[in-house]
Design a protein around this ligand. Structure first.
Ligand SMILES: [Zn+2]
Length: 296
């Protein structure tokens, strides 16, 4: 990610509250509609194709590449154009990483400037993203959640580490950065998970987080919870996301809103902000790309 070429400026918006976000969207309305037009034009030009490729610059590959778009689960929008799942799509044909993951690594690089001495905890391990981060930075620890199959903090025969984000086996003040991409929505006691991240981060260390987020919702939306007996109570239609550890999928307990940032500040993060981005050049299409940076 150290390009010698001059790349177009990558701009993003920063907001630390719902009010700030509303203000920003008012100021940037023109830009918003411009990008929407760009995306509509792309869809219009490819409307008969269930799959197509779009050229752009992959920040992870540090090169021009093609991004794959598959419209399997698209639903038509008001203009009759089928909108693909931009967030999970646009996988780079070279590194294989999708829109969401490429963007998260880009924002991580730009806002944290990690280096060879950075101690990084990634809350995933069986993934191309882990392989990529581990190939770039020597001091990376990754893990998967395997329940109580083996003790937390220990490894399987294949070298996969078992960790639960609500009771991490790490010492306090251990990491410069924690990178957690679309994991927190699967943790019923996500507040405890935030506390654990805070504990194991070094002073001024940063949690770089992505979660399904409703930019227009001041509050979190709790979809399911666990009662005192350990049973799951569904409060909304059950939603399951892909699970690297199995085919069944993993339950989404909550969609986050701006309340999450207040909750993080309440438990002790000194600053929390949302980075909101969208770019045709880098292949970050769609209007809901947000990465959260919580500093200890
Ligand atoms: Zn790539």
């Amino acid at each position: 990610m150290n390009s010698s070429q001059v790349l177009p400026h990558f701009s993003y918006l920063r907001a630390s509250s719902f009010e700030e976000y509303q203000q920003l969207t008012r100021v940037n309305q023109e830009l918003y509609f411009l990008m929407q037009d760009v995306e509509k034009t792309i869809l219009y030009n490819h409307q008969d194709q269930d799959q197509f490729k779009l050229n752009g610059y992959c920040y992870v590959c540090d090169a021009f590449s093609d991004f794959k778009i598959v419209r399997r689960r698209s639903k038509p929008n008001i203009d009759g154009l089928k909108i693909p799942n931009w967030r999970e799509g646009l996988s780079c044909v070279s590194c294989g990483l999708n829109n969401r993951k490429r963007g998260a690594l880009h924002i991580f690089d730009r806002t944290c400037s990690p280096n060879q001495k950075s101690k990084i905890y990634l809350t995933e391990q069986i993934s191309p993203l882990y392989k990529y981060v581990a190939s770039k930075f020597p001091l990376v620890v990754g893990s998967e959640y395997m329940g109580e199959k083996i003790p937390y903090g220990s490894m399987t025969n294949n070298g996969i580490r078992n960790e639960s984000l609500t009771c991490l086996s790490f010492e306090k003040d251990e990491f410069d950065y924690i990178l957690s991409l679309d994991v927190f929505e699967h943790i019923p006691d996500y507040i405890q998970a935030f506390k654990e991240c805070l504990r194991v981060l070094k002073p001024k260390g940063k949690l770089v987080l992505s979660v399904p987020f409703r930019l227009n919702s001041p509050s979190n939306i709790i979809r399911a919870k666990v009662d005192d007996r350990g049973d799951i109570i569904h409060l909304a239609k059950a939603q399951y996301h892909g699970d690297p550890m199995g085919k069944a999928g993993v339950l989404c307990y909550q969609d986050f809103g701006w309340q999450m940032l207040d909750q993080m500040r309440d438990i002790g993060f000194s600053s929390v902000e949302a980075i909101i981005y969208r770019s045709r050049f880098y292949g970050y299409l769609g209007n809901n790309h947000t990465i959260f940076i919580g500093q200890k």
